[in-house]
Ligand binder design. Structure first.
Ligand SMILES: Cc1cc2nc3c(=O)[nH]c(=O)nc-3n(C[C@H](O)[C@H](O)[C@H](O)COP(=O)(O)OP(=O)(O)OC[C@H]3O[C@@H](n4cnc5c(N)ncnc54)[C@H](O)[C@@H]3O)c2cc1C
Ligand SMILES: NC(=O)c1ccc[n+]([C@@H]2O[C@H](COP(=O)([O-])OP(=O)(O)OC[C@H]3O[C@@H](n4cnc5c(N)ncnc54)[C@H](O)[C@@H]3O)[C@@H](O)[C@H]2O)c1
Length: 455
């Protein structure tokens, strides 16, 4: 029989994505009584159906592409024969432990937290319900419930056996053909993986261009790269109807054309549901799609939110960054407030699209005096040597003389981005960036050329 002490904790964490797990583990290590609740796997989407397995798939697909590049550069490696079973085994055995979170549970328990598998919901200030049992949090509640795949209201779609990121990542075998709805990060990354493993892929993007949140120059180059992998990119046209006859999907597009494929992946964004975790009981409107947070990630007195649900960027690095801020706030430690002006993101296609801060169009909407510089990677010595496609773009606030955004697209674009992230975050004066020595021949020398085009 549980006592009141069993039901009273200093902090209750509902949802254990990367940020929630970090908050729970760290606060427990610091001596607080922590109840950590997840209805599914401790660690959330990132380790089981998100970043880690998708990047392992990408690593494998890139190895195939690299082997195919031997021809024309170094001779021949014979026929490159993809075998998905190698990837599926690695995902199952090395990445996800067959989608079992015992190691993560033990790690959290080892730090001193009490871990519960169940669905948590805030029921009022300091009160939480987990599957019908009431718990009390004396210091506060942290929510990190993440998102689920947003399934658009397309006629017929919900009645079909469509895939989301879960099914494609768990797939033991690949289909012969795949339609991907959505040309965002998931659609482009996983679409390219599938194509490189021999799947006939079509990406359908309702917006005018794929990866529409990033620079148009990057979208354009990415279309070229995806088409070179044999992918059909249909942008600027939505799907109006989806049906499945037991073996084949038929997708009718707004222009009247139809596509057929063995599988359909829905990658049209993610949906958060603050009310499902009880944030409506602490002042968040019941129909809100994000949990509004202040610069300490507070939603209300004694309630914090971290991760995708905050709408500050659906990335693991945001979840972890916010977790650090919440940990400090709960403990009363000093530290800087949250800032998102230098938010970095990387789409791990080949070439990678790394970006930080504002795009040119965001900057023009918000600032009076914007300057841009763009260097195609092929015009840098290293890019030419490597036959690499991509670009470096810098966006400057000319009034302040600093970069407010940048894109690094190319091989290891996410790594080249590091230098640009430092420049945007540190508000390093453009003159100072121009006076730097850039190693030769590197891809990041393209930054110097792009800076040269500013004003
Ligand atoms: C295919 C894919 C690839 C991605 N690749 C990258 C990448 O390369 N880099 C990157 O930075 N990001 C990537 N992301 C995004 C990244 O996975 C998320 O931003 C990250 O997981 C952080 O999410 P989160 O902290 O909000 O919580 P999540 O990881 O979504 O976890 C939330 C947890 O809360 C639990 N939960 C929800 N409601 C309740 C409740 N009421 N009670 C109890 N538990 C609950 C869920 O079961 C889940 O375990 C990718 C996402 C996908 C889908
Ligand atoms: N490398 C990374 O960091 C990485 C990788 C994958 C996912 N993620 C995170 O996960 C989030 C979700 O990924 P995502 O790709 O699902 O979302 P997304 O928002 O990146 O892209 C969704 C795309 O679907 C399109 N779309 C919406 N409705 C549509 C419809 N009915 N038909 C056709 N297209 C439609 C949108 O215009 C958009 O381009 C990302 O925003 C990102 O934050 C990150």
């Amino acid at each position: 029989m549980a006592t009141d002490t069993d039901h009273t904790f200093d902090v209750i964490v509902i949802g254990l994505g990367p940020g929630g797990e970090h908050v729970a583990g760290t606060l427990a290590e610091r001596g607080l009584r922590v109840l950590a609740v997840d209805r599914n796997l401790v660690g959330g989407e990132c380790p089981y159906w998100g970043c880690i397995p998708s990047k392992m798939m990408i690593r494998a697909a890139d190895a195939l592409a690299e082997a195919r590049r031997v021809e024309g550069l170094a001779g021949s490696v014979g026929e490159v024969r993809p075998d998905w079973s190698v990837v599926a085994k690695r995902l199952r055995e090395e990445a996800t432990d067959n989608w079992n979170d015992q190691v993560a549970v033990d790690r959290l328990t080892g730090k001193g937290a009490t871990v519960l598998h169940g669905t948590g919901r805030i029921t009022g200030q300091g009160s939480v319900d987990v599957d019908g049992t009431a718990y009390t949090a004396t210091k506060g509640v942290v929510v990190n419930p993440g998102t689920t795949a947003a399934v658009p209201p397309i006629d017929g779609l919900r009645d079909t056996p469509y895939w989301t990121n879960h099914e494609i990542i768990e797939a033991a075998e690949l289909p012969a053909s795949l339609v991907v709805l959505g040309g965002g990060a998931i659609g482009c990354e996983l679409g390219q993986v599938m194509a490189r493993f021999g799947v006939e892929v079509t990406i359908v993007e309702a917006a005018e261009r794929i990866l529409s949140a990033e620079e148009p120059e990057a979208s354009e180059k990415l279309v070229d790269a995806l088409e070179a992998d044999g992918i059909a990119v249909r942008a600027g046209v939505g799907a109006e109807k989806v049906s499945h006859d037991g073996s084949t999907f038929t997708v009718t597009l707004a222009d009247g054309s139809t596509l057929q494929a063995e599988r359909l992946l829905v990658a049209t964004g993610r949906r958060a549901d603050p009310a499902a975790v009880g944030l409506d009981t602490v002042g968040v409107p019941a129909d809100s799609h994000t949990a509004p947070v202040d610069d300490r990630c507070r939603v209300a007195d004694g309630v914090w939110a971290v991760g995708d649900i905050t709408g500050k960027g659906a990335f693991t690095h945001v979840s972890m960054y916010q977790a650090g801020i919440v940990i400090r706030d709960v403990l009363g430690d000093d530290g800087p407030p949250a800032e998102y002006a230098a938010l970095p993101r990387v789409t791990f296609t080949d070439p990678e699209v790394g970006a930080v801060g504002m795009t040119e169009s965001q900057a023009r909407d918000q600032l009076a005096n914007v300057q841009v510089g763009v260097t195609p990677l092929g015009e840098t010595t290293r890019g030419w040597i490597a036959k690499a496609d991509g670009l470096i773009k810098v966006v400057a606030d000319a009034d302040r003389g600093v970069l407010v955004g940048a894109t690094a697209m190319g091989p290891a674009g996410g790594e080249v981005l590091g230098a640009l992230s430092v420049a945007v975050h540190g508000e390093v004066p453009v003159d100072r960036l121009r006076s730097m020595i850039y190693a030769y021949p590197t891809l990041h020398r393209g930054i110097e050329t792009a800076l040269g085009q500013l004003g």
